[in-house]
Ligand binder design. Structure first.
Ligand code: SF4
Ligand code: SF4
Length: 367
């Protein structure tokens, strides 16, 4: 019978896999497992983050429940990934927050709304929220620029520092010296794997087994839309920063300006991708899922979707009385994403990328 402890259970299941080896063509996880003579706890964290939860190994497995071995690699690895976020990224005092990600996100979003509401109340006429503001500087007539800029910079710095701590700790434990990370070939190769979400295509490039038993490319495509949508939105924000703080041109910008065009493409990508992923998850077979991880996914996708929807509404309704309240809600959602970034789903990209880098190095050294 499999042990109760999560890491011991994962090692026990992987030892069954190592004897069986039926799934070795499905993804990078099984070849990486076979390179190890004996599995350790850090190996489990590495392999779990290399797993993209595409699930053919669950549906193909003759030892999956109701077999007494109860091998369920996607579910076990989801639990391990969730533990990764608290084990590596968090300052010790925050350990455990990842398990309450939905409540954490809701609380941070509510506090952010209160914060920006208080800023408006203290710095301008609150009735101005519902007035029409038009032309350059319209946003600043609702919320002073410093009140938008400074908290955003502080939160971004905080998220970056917490994630960098996680990178150093994860790499140190699962791979070794930090200098090994500066392997250009592996960094570029893993970048290509990440940008194309290569290992979300399952065995024989058929796609993930979502929402049920049967391969489909829909999860891979929706994931690409969210990922690239996020990158485009980030580019739009960076260009807007240059316009505002270096060129001295305040927002909002014309429809055909670079920030608006990048932001619109990114926003639409995130809305379609996040909404589609929520639908796929809701329809998906719960048997290979970890329910707490699924709740984290829902909450992250909901806040990402809300941030993108309010951003697009802000663009469409910026010349109307709705602009002030939309701006406050949009800023609060973006804030909530940044504050919770190191503790939840947004962090998975960082650990997965590190696992992909390690996989590239290992595959080169031991093909
Ligand atoms: S998941 Fe099941 S079928 Fe696949 S390698 Fe492991 S034990 Fe074998
Ligand atoms: S869920 Fe997909 S990526 Fe994860 S171990 Fe199974 S086949 Fe590999």
């Amino acid at each position: 019978m499999p042990p109760d402890d999560l890491v011991e259970k994962a090692i026990w299941q992987l030892e069954v896999c190592n004897a069986c080896r039926y799934c070795e063509g499905y993804c990078a996880v099984f070849p990486a497992m076979e390179r190890r003579q004996r599995l350790t706890e850090p190996d489990v964290y590495y392999l779990a983050n290399l797993c993209h939860d595409c699930r053919p190994c669950y549906y193909a497995c003759m030892y999956a429940p109701p077999h007494e071995f109860a091998v369920n690699i996607p579910q076990t690895f989801s639990e391990v990934r969730r533990r990764t976020y608290s084990r590596y990224a968090l300052p010790g005092g925050f350990t455990g927050l990842t398990g309450t990600n939905f409540r954490l996100l809701a609380m941070v979003a509510a506090l952010s709304l209160l914060f920006f509401g208080a800023v408006v109340a203290l710095t301008s006429d609150p009735a101005g929220i519902f007035s029409v503001h038009d032309g350059p500087g319209a946003f600043e007539e609702v919320i002073p620029y410093a009140a938008m800029f400074l908290p955003a910079v502080l939160m971004a710095l905080y998220a970056v520092v917490a994630i960098v701590i996680g990178v150093v700790r994860f790499w140190g434990e699962t791979r070794g010296p930090l200098r090994d990370l500066f392997d250009l070939r592996a960094l570029v190769g893993a970048g290509a794997d990440a940008l194309t979400v290569r290992f979300m295509q399952g065995g024989e490039d058929n796609g993930c087994y979502y929402p049920g038993e049967g391969a489909s490319k829909s999860r891979w495509l929706l994931h690409l839309l969210v990922f690239w949508g996020f990158i485009f939105a980030f580019i739009a924000t960076s260009i807007a920063f240059v316009y505002q703080d270096i060129l001295g041109t305040p927002a909002p910008y014309p429809i055909l300006s670079l920030p608006v065009m990048f932001g619109s493409v990114g926003g639409i990508g995130m809305i379609v991708g996040a909404t589609g992923l929520v639908y796929l998850k809701w329809r998906s077979d719960p048997a290979p899922s970890d329910q707490v991880s699924a709740a984290m996914d829902y909450s992250f996708l909901a806040v990402l979707d809300l941030a993108a929807i309010t951003g697009m509404l802000l663009l469409g309704l910026r010349g109307t009385p709705a602009m002030g309240s939309l701006l406050i809600i949009h800023l609060a959602m973006v804030f909530a994403l940044f504050v919770t970034a190191p503790y939840g789903k947004l962090a998975h990209f960082v650990y997965r990328y590190l696992a992909l880098v390690q996989n590239r190095i290992e595959a080169r050294q031991q093909p």
